[in-house]
Write a protein that binds this ligand. Structure first.
Ligand code: NAP
Length: 302
């Protein structure tokens, strides 16, 4: 029986672990994919206060070590169900169960897919969701990045240093990402914008050979021969295992305010997995500290 179970080993979950450990609580952090969370896929972080520039993987690694050094226990487990017990909460991960007196949900969000036929079967054979993880496989080759937000722009800039040509494909005329990133992308000679276009097909011969793009205004199609496609079209939450324990909104985010309090006493939601205006590293870290402090107080008062 842990004092606090934390689901999700990203910025929010690990920050919560740091705060809870410093408050003397026993903590187990369960993570189904990779500790460090989404930011580990980001080539460069330049907007975290006090750290002018750091790579996503370096930041994620340092955060994970910080939590572990403070005594947070960790386990590579995908939580599949959650429920209440007499004394707290029970998490199920496959055949294993874990019990805690309080629960912090910091499940983040997963990469959104395009939903174009062939996408799933080409993952690892030309289709990727992480430029940092897979960019090196495409050194000197032509690739496409799909999306118009900060992640797509950062990925294109990262890949432009390694790949021959980076086609930046966005379904609108204007990018959604920060103007500073748009400017940097425009200044890169080997980033070629393909605006008002969507991917209508993946082409393959065992591995990816290219994509078909379709203009959103005229419907005209064109063939883009690329060895890699980086799908960078945002995230969506994955909170289904907790639907019986907390309230979700229409998009699947856990309903909780800035205090991270859910409708269930003893359960807190932190970071990108909850309803919020701004999903950033800073707000995830803030949520982690708020949720852990609230959980510790709830335990001490209980
Ligand atoms: P995002 O801001 O939600 O952008 C997603 C992009 O993908 C949008 O341009 C969207 O198009 C496009 N898109 C969505 N579904 C699509 C589909 N089915 N087909 C084609 N295009 C599709 O996501 P994000 O870039 O991952 O960023 C998420 C959050 O993290 C943001 O708050 C961002 O600021 C933050 N972030 C910050 C940094 C940083 O360096 N500071 C880095 C990465 C992310 P529309 O524009 O048409 O909606």
């Amino acid at each position: 029986m842990y004092d606090i179970l934390i689901v999700g080993g990203g910025t929010a979950g690990l920050t919560a672990a740091i705060y809870a450990r410093r408050a003397g609580k026993t903590v187990l952090v369960l993570e189904g994919a990779a500790f460090g969370g989404q930011i580990a896929s980001s080539p460069l972080v330049e907007n975290y206060p006090g750290i002018p520039s750091v790579s996503g993987p370096d930041y994620a690694g340092a955060l994970t070590r910080q939590a572990a050094d403070l005594g947070a226990e960790t386990a590579f487990r995908q939580v599949t169900a959650a429920g209440r017990t007499e004394n707290g909460f029970l998490l199920t991960a496959g055949k294993k169960t874990f019990e805690g007196r309080a629960l912090i949900l910091a499940t983040g969000a997963r990469h959104r897919k395009l939903g174009v036929p062939g996408e799933d079967e080409l993952v690892g054979r030309g289709v990727s969701y992480c430029a940092v993880c897979d960019g090196a496989f495409f050194a000197g080759k032509d690739v496409a990045v799909i999306g118009g937000g900060d992640s797509a722009l950062q990925s294109a800039l990262f890949l432009a240093n390694r790949c021959r040509t980076v086609y930046l494909v966005h379904r609108r005329e204007e990018f959604r990402g920060a103007p500073v990133l748009v400017r940097r992308a425009e200044e890169k000679e080997n980033i070629v914008k393909k605006l008002s276009r969507t991917v209508s097909a993946f082409e393959q011969a065992g591995t990816l050979t290219g994509v078909t793009l379709k203009r959103t205004d005229t419907g005209e199609t064109e063939h883009l021969p690329v060895a890699g496609v980086f799908v960078t079209v945002g995230q969506e939450p994955d909170n289904a295992p907790f639907a019986g324990l907390v309230e979700l909104d229409g998009a699947g985010y856990i309903k909780a305010g800035e205090d991270c309090v859910t409708r269930t006493p003893g359960v807190y939601a932190a970071g990108d997995c909850r309803t919020k205006e701004l999903r950033q590293l800073t707000t995830a870290a803030a949520d982690g500290s708020v949720a852990a402090t609230a959980a510790c107080r709830w335990l001490d008062e209980g």
